[in-house]
Each structure stands twice: as C-alpha cells, then as structure tokens.
Design a protein around this ligand. Structure first.
Ligand SMILES: C[S@@+](CC[C@H](N)C(=O)[O-])C[C@H]1O[C@@H](n2cnc3c(N)ncnc32)[C@H](O)[C@@H]1O
Length: 241
C-alpha cells in the first residue's frame, strides 16, 4: 500500500507508532515485565502451526510474533502493518536472521488487506486489537482471508482481576511506566497512550463476547502472568458473506 492514510484518527495513530518505533521493543519488554517473549511463544503454540502453513500476522510491528512463529517450524508468515518505521525495523531484524525468505512484510491496512479470499491457514495479532478499533471490519476481513477451520490467536494486555495483583499493577501502569518510559525514551506521549488504552480496553469476558459476535468460536481464553495479558484463541465460523 502506497500513499497517505485518509482517516485522520488512523493517521494520528500510525504517526505515533512511527515515532515510538525506535524505542518500541524496549517499551514492550517494560510493560510486560520482560515476559512478552514467553507470551508470544504461547500464542504461536496455540495455533498448532504445521510445516507449510501460511500465517497472517496482523499489525506485525517490529516482527517479534512473526519471528516466534518462524522458529516453530517451516511455516511462512506475511506481516502487515501501516507504520513504515515499524516495518523497516522488522525488515532490519529479518535481515539479521535466516528465515529463507519465509517472512514477507507488506504495508497495508488491517481493514482492507490486499490478499485473495481464504489463503491463510491461521492469523495472529499481538497488541493490535487495542489499537484497531473497528472490530467488525477487522474480523470480517480476517474471516475472509482464513481457510476453513483457520484460527486466530490474539494477545492483548489486561488489568488483573484479583485485587492483590490489580492494585500494584495499576500503580505500575499509572505511575512507574510513564516515568520510566519518559526517562528512557525522552518521550512520555506513547507511554501515556499505552496506559490509557490498556485501562480503557474491555475486560476478557467482554472481549470474548465481542469476538463471538464477529463470527468466531472462542476456543481458549488464557490469563498470562497474573492476568496482565490474555491470550484468546478463536476459530473462524466461515468466510465473509
Ligand atoms: C502495539 S503495536 C503491536 C506490534 C506487534 N504486533 C507486537 O506484538 O509487538 C500495534 C501496531 O498496530 C499497527 N496498526 C494500527 N492500526 C493499524 C491498521 N489499521 N492496520 C495495520 N496496522 C495497524 C501499528 O502501526 C503498530 O505497529
């Protein structure tokens, strides 16, 4: 996809990801307390990827989820994202690893992906559904692209439900993270955005309800690390009508 993004909110969002991209990996490791590699591994495992599978990584960012999938076996991953800076970082990492050309990067909008119907065995999206607001368009497009029985693994931050973990985590999210992030990157804005969007994101039962409403059967909901993240695995009930 070439050219300017038309939607102003989307333009703002992508501009923010372009700016945050250089410190993005660090930000991710901070917010996840360093366990995001393990979470990505679990997300990839949940799909039951087989050699030869073609996997769609929606909002691929700097590519860590795609690399986790490529490590699993001889699958191929197509990663799409709207941020050209994120994509160029993913490209740099791709060049430094040897994946025999199995990771393809495309600048594209998750609402309108440039692929034929039912070409992907599975899809995955990590920390994207919090930023891609129109779930009807996102999931109908994903359903269109998945083969019959194709699954989607969704990783997203959440607020722990138990008060024992909830209160310290909120303190971390509201006070420590923007402070540390601001000091480390010299830019507080993305950390404030992260804090606000994590707090505003629906709780897991609501996520499940909404994903079901988008034509998917939810197969698994797994809280990770005291519930600061959740893995959702869902199966498409069929292509776009
Ligand atoms: C929080 S990052 C997640 C990156 C990566 N999946 C990861 O696990 O680190 C969210 C990404 O979503 C991308 N994004 C936001 N809206 C998008 C859209 N409509 N289409 C494609 N990518 C989008 C942003 O550019 C950004 O790279």
């Amino acid at each position: 996809m070439e050219g300017k993004i038309q939607d102003r909110d989307l333009q703002f969002l992508v501009g923010m990801f372009d700016r945050v991209a250089p410190s993005y990996d660090l930000l991710n490791h901070l917010l996840s307390l360093g366990v995001d590699f393990r979470w990505r591994h679990m997300a990839v495992e949940s799909l039951g990827i087989r050699d030869g599978d073609l996997i769609l990584d929606i909002a691929t960012g700097t590519g860590d989820l795609a690399f986790a999938a490529l490590k699993k076996g001889k699958c191929a991953v197509v990663g799409i994202d709207l941020s050209s800076v994120m994509l160029s970082l993913a490209d740099g990492k791709r060049k430094s690893k040897s994946h025999d050309g199995r990771y393809t990067l495309i600048r594209a909008d998750a609402y309108d992906m440039p692929f034929r119907d039912h070409v992907f065995h599975h899809a995955m999206i990590s920390y994207g559904v919090r930023n891609i607001h129109d779930w009807e368009r996102l999931f109908s497009e994903t359903r269109r692209l998945l083969k019959r029985g194709g699954k989607i693994a969704i990783l997203e931050f959440s607020i722990p439900e138990s008060t024992v973990f909830r209160l310290p985590y909120l303190f971390y999210l509201e006070r420590l993270l923007p402070f540390i992030g601001g000091v480390v990157s010299g830019n507080r804005e993305p950390y404030a955005y992260l804090r606000d969007t994590v707090k505003a994101f629906p709780p897991p039962r609501e996520v499940v309800r909404r994903v079901k409403g988008q034509g998917f059967n939810v197969l698994e909901v797994r809280p990770l690390t005291f519930g600061i993240c959740h893995l959702y695995v869902a199966e498409s009930r069929g292509g776009k009508n």
